[in-house]
Design a binder for this molecule. Structure first.
Ligand code: AMP
Ligand code: MN
Ligand code: MN
Ligand code: MN
Length: 314
């Protein structure tokens, strides 16, 4: 199945002129999750699906872990699919959780690895606090139940709790569990301290990567704090923003494209695919990027592994 739209659809001659010198990707997908975090598929399965669905540049971006990167890279090499390393880092900013996608990072960088390890180590105790909140609502054993889905306390996310509550019949869907139990103000939500936004961006940069602000429309911040978020992100080295993502409406795509133009940021796109049963968008099923924007893969040229891909040598 080929699900991609052309990302070049509404670009002008100038873009073509410049980009004949660069590798051109028609259907990048730079955000998704495997079973190393809260996805349900292996990196190898994701790579196969991405390739079958027309993706021509792919990154696996698990939450706070690089554990799936070697498998992702090996799978793409076997398929002849261009690949770049990736991670989605949980970051704290003004008491909120912000997600920063790091692309093209050196997966062996000690500083980034230490930051990710600290985030992962805090997931177990956080999950215990979430389970306590659920127990108080008459839902016992949620820690054990969620852990069966996650396999490892260091991977435990709200998504695993949601799957457990669906499994025991408490709700009909993962989305319903989030609404009733897992968002701020609900009983299974536990406020949490992730690594600071500034440290996350700095370590992505130190590891040679490009920091991309993930799904900006998802954050519930007042307008002034949004500007502060953008300022802080840029001050510490952030260079990109997700514009096309399954979390954005067409209006929000235009809104964040305007932010990218104003701030001089590169733009990224990704499905945020987690599971065939839960995700509304398949890998690669993305609308085109709006025009007059610099795609983030222009900043990643030396970091993209295109051994064997049709783009090799261009
Ligand atoms: P955590 O890292 O444990 O806070 O979990 C965050 C993950 O929960 C996100 O990456 C999404 O996969 C998932 N998530 C967050 N909000 C929702 C929602 N409203 N509906 C479904 N999944 C959600
Ligand atoms: Mn997730
Ligand atoms: Mn996210
Ligand atoms: Mn994600």
């Amino acid at each position: 199945m080929h699900v991609c739209f052309s990302h070049l659809a509404d670009r002008g001659e100038e873009y073509w002129h410049i980009h004949t010198m660069l590798s051109v990707y028609h259907c990048p997908d730079l955000h998704c999750h495997s079973h190393y975090s809260d996805g349900t598929l292996s990196p190898a399965d994701l790579a196969r699906q991405a390739h079958a669905q027309g993706v021509d540049l792919w990154a696996l971006t698990d939450h706070d872990t690089l554990a799936g990167q070697a498998e992702a890279r090996a799978s793409t090499q076997a398929l002849g699919l261009a690949w770049v390393s990736g991670v989605e880092v949980s970051a704290g900013f003004l008491g909120q959780t912000i997600h920063v996608v790091g692309l093209g990072v050196d997966v062996r960088h000690p500083g980034l690895q230490a930051l990710l390890a600290a985030n992962r180590a805090s997931r177990g105790p956080r999950a215990q606090a979430m389970a306590a909140g659920l127990a108080a609502q008459g839902i016992p054993n949620a820690y054990t139940g969620a852990l069966r889905h996650a396999q490892d306390p260091a991977r435990l996310s709200r998504t695993h709790f949601a799957r457990y509550l669906v499994e025991i019949g408490r709700c009909r869907s993962v989305a319903e569990v989030f609404r009733h139990y897992l968002v701020p103000g609900r009983p299974g939500y536990a406020p949490h301290q992730w690594a600071s936004l500034s440290a996350c961006v700095e370590q992505i940069r130190a590891a040679g990567g490009v920091a991309v602000l993930a799904h900006p429309a998802r954050y519930k911040l007042p307008a002034l704090q949004v500007q502060l978020l953008f300022d802080t992100f840029a001050e510490h080295g952030g260079q990109g923003i997700e514009v096309v993502t399954s979390a954005h409406t067409p209006t929000q795509v235009q809104q964040y494209a305007a932010v990218a133009r104003e701030r001089g940021w590169a733009v990224s796109c990704g499905s945020d695919f987690h599971s065939p049963d839960e995700s509304r968008y398949l890998l690669g099923a993305l609308a085109p990027l709006p025009g007059r924007l610099q795609p983030v893969w222009d900043l990643l040229r030396e970091r993209i592994d295109q051994s064997g891909s049709p783009a090799a040598g261009t």
